[in-house]
Ligand binder design. Structure first.
Ligand SMILES: [Fe+2]
Length: 203
């Protein structure tokens, strides 16, 4: 339903349901990734992200209710989101069963980056909704975004750093571990670009 001011309220609700489903899938992605991890620093990092992702599920469940939505509402888009999460979990389970431990950890890194890329995009869109949605919805959306968005930045940029550096190590190249994004506490795209640029001077 497009409103006069141009916002499509049905699609805002669809985004919320897909974002919730994606966070639920994210819990399973991190639980499985933690079975694949062998680096102790990365285990610590993912354990924290798993706890935060549980909280993101709670927050989006509450937000859905505040927007007058049953958080269990099923939609075709939501079912596809669930399937994407399940595919990542299956890939890691297959890696655990068939690959050496360091290779399985790389698969887990890639799966986490894929999941966090969409998670980050969802929260960016939710931030847009918190400014442009119908007035009665804005406060609930803004409260959710304010609590979560910094964590999502960290989840994405740090996970990308881990994936890159562990891949570098696997290729026999010099790796910076923990990655520069983590050492520099990166929380922005510009910060991530600077951290990656600075890696050549780090050890
Ligand atoms: Fe999240």
């Amino acid at each position: 339903m497009a409103r006069q001011n141009g916002t499509n309220d049905k699609q805002i609700q669809e985004l919320l349901l897909q974002a919730l489903e994606h966070e639920k899938g994210g819990v399973k992605v991190y639980e499985t990734a933690l079975e694949c991890v062998i680096n102790d620093d990365l285990r610590e990092e993912w354990t924290k992200y798993l706890e935060e992702t549980h909280r993101h599920v709670e927050i989006l469940t509450e937000t859905a209710r505040e927007l007058g939505l049953d958080p269990d509402t099923e939609t075709p888009g939501r079912a596809l989101t669930r399937g994407n999460g399940e595919a990542l979990v299956k890939a890691m389970q297959k890696a655990l069963a068939t690959l050496k431990a360091d290779a399985a950890q790389l698969v887990a890194c890639d799966c986490v980056v894929l999941a966090e890329t969409k998670d980050h995009a969802n929260w960016h869109l939710l931030e847009q909704c918190s400014e442009k949605a119908p007035a009665p919805w804005r406060a609930a959306l803004k409260a959710a975004v304010d609590e979560v968005e910094d964590q999502e930045d960290e989840h994405l940029y740090h996970s990308k750093g881990w994936a890159r550096e562990l891949w570098m190590e696997s290729l026999g190249f010099r790796a910076v571990l923990p990655p520069p994004e983590e050492r520099k506490h990166v929380k922005t795209a510009i910060g991530a670009a600077k951290a990656e640029h600075a890696r050549s001077k780090m050890r």
